[in-house]
Design a protein around this ligand. Structure first.
Ligand code: SF4
Ligand code: SF4
Length: 434
């Protein structure tokens, strides 16, 4: 089974792209399928689960057996009636449980989900396996099903939304230029910039030039330049540090609202703000280890801080600094979870705070995008870039192997049939016509 998953090039479709055949090289007590679709406005998991629930359930049972797990649990938000109905039918009579989550943010965060399903807390510096769990996104589990039928990963489902005229969800060949997608959805409303991914954890880009669909792309969202969400996402680090010094009143709301803090992981963004503002890391209180448990959910920035400061950005900056200085996390759970249930943030409140309600629209599936050229990156996963196994001028068929990992990584396949027109150290270009 692991070999078939490796052959197909499956990586975590909802996160950093960790190779799935490596993740499943384990034994676990609980296998969790994450169909929560944590980020607002994205509808990719909704389409995949409503359409392929039986396939997801079948693959979940295979993975459960492979891991030797006692439980297989599919987690979904209870308000997504279509997903819940499809999953209820698919798991009927099977040894799979459903976990129905309230609509809170960040319900789909892996560690959050593990805590909700099992009551366990993944330690700082640890992995889900430390508490007997393996978690995969629903889209990944569907790709595992496909892999077990011998079909490689060639396409990615993503939502084109935000201020799009007709928000929609499509399946696009990997390597499709993102610049082709907005017009499919009728174009953006007004002068917009884009977020690649979800509104909270996605990346803002001024231009789509050079950006392509990868194995982990979940969405392309347009927003007017004056949208509140954009002002919360930009900000130069030095300026933010000056703002922290001038404005942060140490009210600690950022820490009180932090879901990882509520799990007992000692994540204390207000202390990081204090330390960075004063240029004195000692002010973190002698305990920097909790910083590693920040999941970059952004609640402290997007919701908790009434002054519009960016504690989550400071947490990331602090983590980067520790990485550069060779500091390693110590595996520990500092405290007992406290107030976890009462501090959960309703997604509707978050949408309202960020003025995103108007974009919270349906994005029905509109089919597969047809393109004449793709530029497939050689690095779409955790690990180094793949090594091309094709050369310019070669004819390839969709699904044919075009690049191999040299160490940790995942195989890459042609996403369209055509001719290889360019091979560089970063990508392979294929065109249907030359
Ligand atoms: S919520 Fe804002 S003002 Fe309060 S401690 Fe955190 S960063 Fe400072
Ligand atoms: S981004 Fe903020 S709220 Fe989220 S885990 Fe990190 S410190 Fe906590």
């Amino acid at each position: 089974m692991l070999d078939m998953i490796f052959q197909a090039g499956v990586v975590g479709a909802g996160g950093a792209g960790f190779p799935t055949h490596v993740k499943y090289k384990a034994k676990a007590e609980v296998f969790i399928v994450n169909a929560i679709e944590c980020e607002p406005l994205l509808r990719t998991d909704r389409y995949i689960v409503e359409t392929f629930a039986p396939e997801i359930a079948a693959a979940a049972l295979r993975v459960k057996a492979h891991l030797g797990a006692e439980r297989a649990v599919i987690a979904v938000k209870e308000h997504n009636a279509g997903m819940v109905d499809a999953l209820r039918r698919a798991v009927e009579g099977k040894a799979i449980e459903l976990y129905l989550s309230p609509s809170v943010y960040p319900a789909g965060d892996e560690q959050n989900l593990i805590h909700c399903v099992t009551g366990r807390v993944v330690p700082t510096g640890g992995l889900p396996l430390d508490v007997g769990c393996v978690v995969s996104n629903a889209a990944t589990v569907y790709q595992v099903y496909e892999a077990l039928q011998g079909r490689p990963v060639t396409d990615k489902v993503l939502t084109i939304g935000g201020a799009a005229q007709n928000p929609m969800t499509v399946s696009a060949p990997i390597g499709t230029p993102l610049s082709l997608l907005p017009d499919l959805a009728g174009g953006p409303v007004g002068d917009c910039v884009y977020i690649i991914g979800g509104p909270l954890m996605g990346r803002v880009v001024e231009s789509l030039e050079g950006e392509v669909v990868t194995k982990t792309t979940g969405g392309l969202l347009a927003f007017p330049r004056d949208a509140a969400i954009l002002s919360q996402k930009d900000g130069d680090l030095q300026r933010e540090a000056r703002m922290a010094r001038a404005v942060c009143c140490q009210c600690s709301m950022c820490t009180q609202m932090c879901p990882r803090n509520a799990m007992g992981l000692n994540v204390q963004p207000h202390k990081v703000m204090r330390a960075l503002a004063a240029g004195n890391c000692g002010l973190i209180g002698g305990d920097t280890n909790g910083v590693w448990s920040c999941c970059d959910c952004g609640i402290c920035t997007y919701y908790a801080c009434n002054f519009g400061l960016h504690p989550s950005k400071m947490m990331q900056a602090y983590k980067d600094r520790m990485r550069k200085e060779g500091v390693k996390p110590v595996k520990e759970v500092k405290y007992q979870p406290q107030g976890f249930d009462t501090k959960r943030l309703p997604t509707a409140r978050l949408l309202s705070r960020l003025d995103l309600e108007k974009y919270d629209a349906d994005a029905p599936f509109a089919g597969t995008v047809e393109v004449q050229a793709v530029r497939t990156p050689l690095k779409m996963h955790v690990g180094g870039p793949d090594k091309p196994v094709v050369a310019a001028g070669m004819a390839v068929q969709k699904g044919q192997l075009i690049a191999e990992p040299e160490g940790l990584g995942a195989r890459i396949h042609a996403s369209i049939s055509g001719t290889v027109t360019q091979v560089t150290g970063e990508w392979i270009e294929i065109r249907t016509v030359t």
